[in-house]
Design a protein around this ligand. Structure first.
Ligand code: AVJ
Length: 315
C-alpha cells in the first residue's frame, strides 16, 4: 500500500476539520464519515430498501456490462476510485481482461480489505492500493507509469455527488489528464428525481443513515479530542431543489457547549452542522459537466426510470 499522504497532510486535514466546526454554519467534510464504524454503516446503507443508488447502478452494470466493456480498452489498468471493498470492480476486470487493479481510497481499512479480496479472487493479477483523498488533484501518473497499459478510471456510486459542481469539474479534469489516448472514464452518477424518493433514501425508516451521520461526531471526538454527545444532535436530510442536492445535517437538540480540544463551541438549539452534500444530476447536465472538463466522446446508459446514469468518457 502506498501512503500518498504524509504526516503533515494529516495535520492539515485535522486543522481544516477543526476550523470547519467553528464556521457559521459549522461544517464537517463527508470524507470523515469513513472510519471502521462508518464504513460498516455505509455498507448497511447500501442494503437498505430506501437507498436505491447502489442497486440501480448494479442493475445497469449487469444489464449492459458487455456493451459498456466494448467501449473500454482491453488489457487495461483498472483504477478503482473510492474502491471500498472492491466488489464493484471484480466483474469488470474479467469483462475487459484487465492486467492490473489499482485501488484508491481515503480509508486504509478499505484498502486492506479490497487488496485481500482481490488477491483471493485474481491470484495472478498485479494489485496496488493508494491511500489518498480526492479533495485534491489526483497524482497517479507515477503509479500508472509502472505498467504499459491504458487506464480505466472507475468512479461509480455517485461519489462525485459529494463535490460541488466546481469541485467536481476540477476532479474530472484531473482524471482526464491521466487518460492518454486510449484511457477511459467509467462513472456513475445519481439522477434527479422526486423529492420524496430522494429524502427517503437519506432518512431511512431504520435510522441507519442517521447512525452513519451521527457517527461522524465520534470520529471528531477521537481526532480532535472533543466531547460531542451524539444523543444531543438529530439527523436531518433535505433536498435543496435550487442547488439540486441532498443536504445532510446534524441539528443541535438543545443549546449546548461542546469542548473541542482546548476550545469551546456553543451550539444553539436548532443550530446545524452541515455534514454532506449529495448532488443529483440530470443526464444532460452531467454530460455538459464532462464536456466542460474537456472530455470528448461520451456514451450514456440509464435504467428504465432514469434514476441513475452511467457514462463512459474519452479524453
Ligand atoms: C457515498 C457519496 C455516494 O451521497 O449517496 C449515503 C453517501 N450519505 N447516505 C451518497 C451517503 C448518506 C453516498 N456517497
Amino acid at each position: 500500500m502506498l501512503a500518498a499522504d504524509a504526516l503533515s497532510d494529516r495535520a492539515a486535514r485535522l486543522a481544516a476539520l477543526r476550523a470547519g466546526l467553528f464556521e457559521r454554519p459549522a461544517r464537517v467534510s463527508p470524507k470523515f464519515f469513513y472510519d471502521a464504524q462508518g464504513c460498516a454503516l455505509y455498507s448497511a446503507i447500501c442494503e437498505l430498501q430506501e437507498y436505491y443508488p447502489t442497486r440501480t447502478e448494479a442493475a445497469i452494470f449487469e444489464r449492459h456490462r458487455e456493451e459498456i466493456a466494448r467501449h473500454l480498452p482491453r488489457g487495461a489498468q483498472w483504477v478503482d476510485l473510492g474502491c471500498g471493498d472492491g466488489a464493484k470492480s471484480w466483474p469488470w476486470l474479467e469483462a475487459v481482461g484487465a492486467r492490473r487493479w489499482v485501488g484508491v481510497d481515503i480509508s486504509p481499512q478499505w484498502l486492506r480489505i479490497s487488496l485481500q479480496a482481490g488477491t483471493g479472487r485474481f491470484p495472478g493479477m498485479a494489485l496496488a492500493g493508494v491511500a489518498t483523498d480526492f479533495t485534491r488533484p489526483l497524482r497517479l501518473q507515477r503509479v500508472l507509469a509502472r505498467f504499459d497499459a491504458p487506464p480505466v478510471f472507475f468512479y461509480p456510486g455517485s461519489s462525485i455527488g459529494n463535490f460541488t459542481p466546481d469541485e467536481a469539474l476540477a476532479l474530472l479534469r484531473s482524471m482526464r489528464e491521466h487518460l492518454g489516448r486510449d484511457g477511459r472514464l467509467l462513472i456513475g452518477v445519481d439522477g434527479l428525481k422526486e423529492r420524496h424518493v430522494l429524502e427517503a433514501a437519506y432518512d431511512d425508516a431504520l435510522g441507519v443513515t442517521a447512525a452513519f451521520n451521527l457517527n461522524v461526531l465520534r470520529v471528531v471526538n477521537r481526532e480532535l479530542d472533543a466531547d460531542f454527545e451524539p444523543r444531543r444532535f438529530a439527523h436531518r436530510a433535505q433536498f435543496n431543489a435550487r442547488e439540486s442536492r441532498i443536504e445532510m445535517q446534524l441539528v443541535s437538540r438543545e443549546t449546548q457547549v461542546v469542548r473541542i480540544g482546548a476550545a469551546e463551541r456553543r451550539f444553539d438549539a436548532g443550530e446545524a452542522i452541515v455534514t454532506e452534500y449529495s448532488y443529483k444530476y440530470a443526464a444532460d447536465g452531467f454530460a455538459a459537466l464532462l464536456r466542460d472538463a474537456g472530455f470528448g466522446a461520451l456514451q450514456h446508459w440509464s435504467d428504465e426510470r432514469g434514476w441513475f446514469h452511467v457514462f463512459v468518457a474519452a479524453a
